[in-house]
Write a protein that binds this ligand. Structure first.
Ligand code: ADP
Ligand code: ASP
Ligand code: MG
Length: 412
């Protein structure tokens, strides 16, 4: 007998029939002799509508009220799923974040989970019931409702699995698992059967939204095996596991893209010690996460500094850059929103040279200009014009033979 946490995303609980199908799966898992805790997202489109409504009322909604509003989507689904399970003759109980004391900090709309009280959950399991929990939702020490950021139900599920020391956290979604690229833009993307936490962390942080980044961090920290799989079939999906349990060490295992960044350039700043600190200190004080940074060679004692931030933070980053340009001084500030970051990720890159060269050649052959480059041990990212996103992903996916037989280290 195992303890299984099952998480169902928005599409998987998109209407009454799908909720009934989810209930069936939960009950089958329980009838096979397992304890089952279910975590659900809001029905597809509901959170988007709530966010839009908030912005129709206020350009800058109060963070506390925003969370009270957007957390309601998940609250609908827990009740509906609990009813559907009961209809099948199995006891079920919905419990809100407050009831299980899913405590978070008070950083609304991107709160972090601190602790979960498992007592209530264990009581439900002990009486043979399926516990149904809302993803995305938390509660602060003061009893206010918080939310974990878009896609946060994954993190709720893995955190609950960690707290309960569950045998597995199953993430049911609308694709077969973690694929070599987003199938919406690369139709022949292939299922990755096993992926390490570190590779998955890179893929998630570089744009593969199939898992929220923090869910992978929790999984790694607490050793929770994560099984990402389709809500619409019984096929095995992708296991996210420690590196030692990954058999295939591919040079490139996936291609990702992120269209959610914008680029800022501050021209003609003095090339002297302390400039980077004076530019990026105020950015981090303002809570902005700066991603790729490039500083040009100094020609006449001055240099240009280019960096990217999330698109939603561009206005704030420009405000700070303009005021810095006046102070430093700098020759000017420019920005570009029509960019994308395309990356290749693979554990095998650690001890394999030549991937970057190959990537740049593929892009050059398509006449795609690389604006910025960023690398780590297991990834290479390039910033390019947004209009090339799909072309770049498809060509890289094909060049690294991800759609067909993967290229192994010794062959590359
Ligand atoms: P859910 O509502 O189940 O949480 P999401 O929409 O958050 O689902 O995540 C699943 C989606 O992630 C897929 O439909 C797919 O378009 C997208 N995606 C992006 N990159 C990948 C990838 N590498 N593998 C699988 N899916 C991906
Ligand atoms: N409903 C939330 C969202 O749409 C959380 C989730 O689905 O993971 O972002
Ligand atoms: Mg999701």
């Amino acid at each position: 007998m195992a303890l299984i946490v099952q998480k169902f995303g928005g599409t998987s609980v998109g209407d009454a029939d799908r909720i009934r199908a989810v209930a069936r799966r939960c009950v089958d898992t329980r009838n096979a002799g397992n304890d089952v805790v279910v975590v659900v997202s809001a029905m597809a489109g509901v959170t988007d509508r709530l966010v839009q409504l908030a912005h129709e009322i206020s350009a800058d909604p109060d963070p506390r009220e925003y969370d009270v509003l957007v957390a309601t989507g998940e609250q609908q689904t827990i009740a509906l799923l609990a009813m559907a399970i009961q209809e099948l003759g199995t006891p079920a109980r919905s419990l809100t974040a407050t009831q299980i004391r899913m405590l978070t900090d008070a950083d609304h709309a991107r709160a972090r989970i601190h602790s979960i009280d498992t007592e209530r959950l264990r009581e439900e399991l002990a009486r043979g019931a399926i516990a149904v929990l809302p993803g995305f939702q938390g509660v602060t020490e003061d009893g206010d409702i918080s939310t974990l950021g878009r896609g946060g139900s994954d993190t709720s599920a893995v955190a609950v699995a960690a707290a309960l020391k569950a045998d597995v956290c199953e993430i049911y979604t609308d694709v077969d698992g973690v694929l070599t690229c987003d199938p919406r833009i690369v139709p022949d993307a292939r299922l990755i059967e096993r992926i390490s936490y570190d590779e998955m962390l890179e893929m998630a942080s570089l744009g593969a939204k199939v898992l929220q980044i923090r869910s992978v961090k929790f999984g790694k920290q607490y050793g929770v095996p994560i099984h990402v799989r389709s809500a619409f079939s019984d096929r095995e999906g992708t296991w996210v596991v420690p590196e030692s349990e990954v058999m295939e060490r591919l040079v490139v295992s996936g291609v990702t893209y992120n269209r959610n960044e914008a680029k800022v350039t501050i021209f003609g700043v003095a090339d002297v010690p302390g400039i980077a600190a004076r530019i990026f200190g105020p950015m981090s004080d303002a809570g902005l996460v700066v991603d790729v940074i490039v500083q040009n060679v100094s020609k006449d004692g001055t240099t240009d500094v280019t960096f990217t931030v999330a698109r939603g933070d561009l206005a704030r980053a420009l405000e700070i850059s303009e005021s810095l340009a006046a102070e430093l001084p700098a020759r000017g500030v420019e920005s570009d929103e029509a960019i994308a970051k395309v990356s290749v990720v693979g554990l095998g890159m650690k001890d394999h040279a030549g991937v970057a060269g190959r990537m740049f050649k593929v892009l050059a052959n398509e006449g795609i200009n690389i604006q910025m480059i960023n690398t780590s041990e297991i990834k290479i990212s390039v910033v390019l014009a947004e209009k090339y996103t799909e072309l770049a992903c498809r060509k890289l996916h094909a060049a690294f033979e991800l759609g067909d037989a993967p290229v192994r280290e010794e062959e590359a």
